[in-house]
Design a protein around this ligand. Structure first.
Ligand code: KE4
Length: 432
């Protein structure tokens, strides 16, 4: 449990040094707690549904290292799997049978993927898939949606979500105008806006890329007909459809959001879960498109550590755990109990609240209106969210330090963890 107020002297000391060594003291901006205030915690270890900071405080964790820990942190199957292979070396830089194993699992699971390429991050996967869409169609423009985040590639840093939204970064400095001039944006869930972009840019749009369930504006699911409408619009206009399932892949269901919603894109990006916590990204899709990727075809993309045997092993073990019957039903039931509980506790305490979840992904906004797009997310009470985040932290509950992030549960979370979280919310919401 956590002492209130938090005793975090060790974290403060280490983080003060970190800020002298690394920009903002972190290796990724959202970890700096900028939008929720207060000091980030320096984490000492993780296991199952829990994390411990360097001061010995234990928390129930709903960040799950931003998605990979869907089976719980440091699952023994993953750790033991790594122990079995690590003596063979950490990287080969050459074909390895483990790549075949994970590739077959991904191809068997994800409806759109007939062939796959492994990379080292979701950013790399999204950058590569954009280059591939342009190579295949010989067109330059791409449509993305406000509030969706596809990694930090230059061409995507236009009205992005996640840390860009959290930090209120406009279009990030350092990104040349001629790079983002080919990136068109539309509000999420707005098919008419997409139709208009196709009409204004005939035969120029290579493709549409989106999070099929948005995690980077908080949690925003697709409205009925939205994904189907995009599928039709792209086909009618000779453009490709890419689902960025870096966050939703193997989380919304074993076959991702595309399996859940029954809409098959031409290309898909993956990351997070398929690396089981080690650095892995991937992109894949129709064989005729993927055959353009070097060395099979002319579109270049490469990576020193891609297909790394340790990362492949962690991914294989994680997907094996997710294949267990009932895994996704368990995740969906537990997460619904959490979100419905949080919303009713907020309302009992007089707060406007809107929550939603699918499988092991959820969001809570302090607003009365349902959130269908980034504008809606931004209208929620961000200051109240910051106070909620801090209050929950002091109650031993570790939530994503931004309204523009989704929450994640795992197979390791128990009913008692959910009850304890709701108990904490009762104390926090009463004094928010
Ligand atoms: P990475 O390069 O961070 O592995 O993946 C980029 C990415 C691409 N697409 C989607 C849908 C994503 O959610 C991400 C990364 N997600 C963020 C959290 N929302 C990672 C956390 C961070 O940036 O520190």
């Amino acid at each position: 449990m956590v002492a209130t107020p938090l005793q975090t002297s060790q974290s403060e000391e280490i983080f003060a040094t970190a800020q002298k060594l690394m920009p903002g003291g972190v290796s990724s901006p959202v970890r700096a707690f900028k939008s929720v205030g207060g000091q980030p915690l320096v984490i000492d270890r993780v296991n199952g549904a829990y994390i411990w900071d360097v001061d010995g405080n234990q928390y129930i964790d709903y960040v799950g290292t931003w998605g990979p820990a869907i089976c719980g942190h440091a699952h023994p199957d993953v750790i033991n799997g790594l122990k079995e292979v690590i003596d063979k070396g950490t990287s080969f830089g050459a074909p390895c049978v483990l790549e075949n194993v994970l590739a077959e699992m991904v191809i068997d699971a994800v409806p759109s993927i007939e062939m796959v390429r492994f990379v080292n991050s979701g950013t790399e996967a999204c950058m590569s898939v954009l280059r591939l869409m342009r190579a295949f169609t010989q067109r330059d423009k791409v449509i993305k949606f406000q509030g969706c985040y596809h990694g930090h590639g230059d061409m995507f840093l236009v009205q992005a979500g996640s840390g860009v939204a959290t930090l209120g970064l406009p279009d990030s400095p350092g990104v040349p105008k001629n790079v983002t001039s080919n990136t068109l944006t539309a509000p999420y869930n707005d098919l008419e806006a997409v139709k208009a972009l196709f009409a204004e840019n005939p035969d120029q749009i290579a493709g549409v890329i989106l999070e099929p369930v948005v995690g980077n504006s908080g949690f925003i699911p697709p409205d009925a007909g939205f994904l189907e409408g995009l599928r039709l619009l792209t086909q009618e206009n000779g453009a490709l459809l890419a689902f960025d399932e870096v966050m939703t892949g193997f989380r919304i269901s074993y076959g991702g959001a595309q399996e859940k919603f029954g809409v098959t894109p031409d290309l898909t990006t993956l990351g997070k879960v398929i690396g089981g916590g080690l650095p892995v990204g991937a992109y894949g899709g129709r064989k005729d498109i993927m055959s353009m990727v070097a060395p099979a075809g002319p579109m270049y993309q490469a990576g020193t550590l891609s297909g790394n045997p340790l990362a492949m092993t962690a991914g294989i073990k994680t997907l094996e755990l997710l294949q267990k019957p009932g895994a996704y039903e368990q995740l969906d039931k537990m997460t619904k109990k959490l979100v419905e509980g949080l919303v009713s506790i907020a309302k009992e305490n007089g707060h406007a609240a809107y929550g939603n979840s699918i499988s092991a992904m959820f969001g809570l906004f302090f607003t009365n209106d349902a959130v269908h797009d980034y504008e809606g997310a931004k209208k929620s009470d961000l200051q109240k969210f910051a106070r909620y985040h801090r209050g929950m932290l002091e109650q031993g509950i570790y939530l994503a330090p931004s309204q523009f992030e989704a929450g994640f549960t795992s197979l390791a979370h128990t009913d008692e963890d959910i009850d304890q979280t709701l108990e904490a919310a009762r104390k926090v919401m009463a004094n928010l």
